[in-house]
Design a protein around this ligand. Sequence first.
Ligand SMILES: NC(=O)c1ccc[n+]([C@@H]2O[C@H](COP(=O)([O-])OP(=O)(O)OC[C@H]3O[C@@H](n4cnc5c(N)ncnc54)[C@H](OP(=O)(O)O)[C@@H]3O)[C@@H](O)[C@H]2O)c1
Length: 236
Amino acid sequence: MASLPHGYRAAIIGGAGAIGGAIVDTLRADPRCGAVLSFARRPQNGESRLDLADEASITSAAARAGEIQLLFIATGGLIIDGNRPEKALSQLQPEMLQQQFALNAIGPALILKHFERNLARRERALVGVLSARVGSIGDNRLGGWYGYRAAKAALNQYLRCASIEMARARPNLVLAALHPGTVESPLSRPFRPEGARNPGILTPRTSAHRLLTILDQLAARQSGTFWDHAGAAVPW
Ligand SMILES: NC(=O)c1ccc[n+]([C@@H]2O[C@H](COP(=O)([O-])OP(=O)(O)OC[C@H]3O[C@@H](n4cnc5c(N)ncnc54)[C@H](OP(=O)(O)O)[C@@H]3O)[C@@H](O)[C@H]2O)c1
């Protein structure tokens, strides 16, 4: 991350996920990076525990993290507790909609609430959050996936609000919503036809590399915007 000071420290939330893990690996391979702190709901590989549904675990993770110059939130879910995304209004269930909001919108907002104080104040700092293009209201032409789309749209609004508030105390901070592309992962697997070849699908490593490059290149005045993995702005 050439735009961050040498020895910068990074915290990845969801570091055991497909894209989150690739972000961790990419940063660990960056000679400029001083430390990569990885947090996961079910630690498997040396991560520290953090469950978005347990605010106390977020508070304690932030209390231990120290100052960071990069925060990357890579958590999220599409099928939650076996419930597939809705195709029609008749399939809406209040509990499913609430689960989508809890995981995809409220969880990342709580991360920002508790990790804000860890972000460097005077020097440049970066916050990347995995959203999804289907959360774009302006880009929605197909409908369906009510809960996931609405939760990601709510996430985007939280991010926009946070970027405005955080710019007051941290004028060099860049906060961006990011669409990672269609990426090979447990999240996307159930939606890919068995054995089908999809030339557009990205490996987590490629997506992670592209997203970090985009984040690295954004200026502070571009904080509070939404980008895809190819570097194109996504409408809200
Ligand atoms: N893959 C794609 O094609 C695609 C496309 C657009 C957007 N995205 C977005 O990219 C993000 C990452 O997705 P991915 O493809 O890397 O999927 P993934 O491998 O399933 O990663 C999601 C991660 O979120 C974690 N998580 C779920 N609930 C949590 C909780 N309560 N507390 C803490 N962590 C929790 C999961 O942990 P567990 O293993 O414990 O469940 C998992 O590590 C998501 O926000 C997704 O919406 C992905």
